[in-house]
Design a protein around this ligand. Structure first.
Ligand code: HEC
Ligand code: HEC
Length: 288
């Protein structure tokens, strides 16, 4: 059964590659932006870096967001890049548009795609303004020299497959109608986009594409199952339970959450304003 499934997966990948790879994908057009250096933008950028959970992956032993952390996936081990502005091992030579293209479109300055271990499909709906504030803050941090290891992935996985992969992923992504309630809209933006909760909590198909029809229904990681956080799963949680959980990691039964959720609480949701945590809780309880 297993070999049949993987054969089907390979066949689908091969067919879709031929179908989708031609003609070559043109580089994503992003307006020519400039990096800001005013206090207000930098402070907003710092906050958004927390909301985006960038630290959970990019924090580096060499200091700052200098990368090197191993991110395990069913496709191999990816190492988070050095995103400090070091000219040789980081993003020192980047302009504002390079950052926006990377964060929102998953594109490298030279045009190719990043591996989706970098959760850019979730960040795609982040506003340009927010992406620019993130970029401005990143670029204003001290440069740290740190040459990150190459990804440890099997030879049959290559960047050339990412153009068709991204096309297929786009085809399966629903257009979410905006909420009338600004609190729910803010919560959805923080959960679905910046907080990329679905990257772990939504199941994926054999190609690693998120199954949006089962949003937040629970996922699988190499080190175990990720619980569901959809309306059914959270039915016994109150909105305040969830907001408190996002602040402290405290579960309704009095235990603290562990595993891969710990850094999310520590670096992301635990750093946000009460208002933003309440908005996320409102979205999960009333918006799904
Ligand atoms: C789940 C882990 C993860 C999270 C969260 C994450 N990244 Fe990354 N990021 C990666 C990986 C892995 C790569 C390398 C991808 C590749 O080589 O194709 C990467 C690459 C990048 C790059 C490209 C760097 C270069 O030198 O080419 C930038 C810029 C970046 N990330 C910024 C961010 C920002 C900003 C955030 C938060 C809003 C963020 N990342 C959140 C894992 C992550
Ligand atoms: C890097 C992967 C990852 C991301 C990103 C992530 N989670 Fe989690 N989450 C987990 C894992 C793993 C657990 C289970 C931890 C354990 O029990 O050891 C969990 C547990 C939870 C729980 C507790 C569920 C229960 O019934 O015990 C909630 C609620 C939750 N996450 C909400 C969120 C929200 C909201 C976001 C987005 C802001 C988010 N998670 C982002 C991996 C993740």
């Amino acid at each position: 059964m297993k070999s049949k499934i993987s054969f089907i997966a390979v066949a689908i990948i091969a067919a879709s590659t031929v179908w989708l790879f031609s003609p070559a994908i043109s580089p994503t057009a992003v307006p020519e932006y400039t990096l800001a250096s005013d206090e207000e933008t930098l402070e907003r950028g710092r906050y958004l870096v927390n909301a985006g959970g960038c630290i959970s992956c990019h924090e580096g032993e060499a200091g700052g967001l200098s990368g090197g952390m191993a991110i395990e996936s069913p496709f191999g081990i990816f190492y988070a890049s050095n995103i400090t502005p070091d000219a040789t091992t980081g993003t020192g030579t980047w302009n504002a548009s390079d950052y926006v293209r990377a964060i929102k479109h998953g594109r490298r300055p030279e045009g190719g795609f990043y591996y989706p271990a970098f959760p850019y499909r979730s960040y795609a709906a982040v506003t340009d303004d927010d992406a620019l504030a993130i970029a401005s803050w990143l670029h204003a941090q001290p440069a740290v020299m740190n040459d990150v290891a190459s990804h440890a992935i099997p030879g049959w996985i290559g960047r050339w497959q990412l153009a068709p992969w991204n096309k297929l992923a786009s085809l399966s992504e629903p257009e979410h109608a905006p909420f009338n309630d600004p609190q729910l809209e803010r919560g959805a933006y923080l959960a679905r986009n910046l907080g990329h909760c679905g990257e772990c909590h939504t199941p994926r198909n054999l190609m690693g594409i998120s199954d949006h029809a089962n949003e937040f229904a629970g996922g699988d990681m190499p080190d175990g199952h990720v619980p569901a956080i959809n309306a059914a799963a959270l039915s016994s949680w109150s909105e305040d339970d969830l907001a408190l959980f996002l602040f402290l990691g405290l579960l309704p039964d009095g235990e603290y959450v562990g595993g891969k959720m710990e850094p999310v609480i520590e670096h992301n949701t635990g750093q946000l304003s009460d208002e933003d945590r309440q908005a996320m809780a409102a979205f999960f309880k009333r918006g799904l």
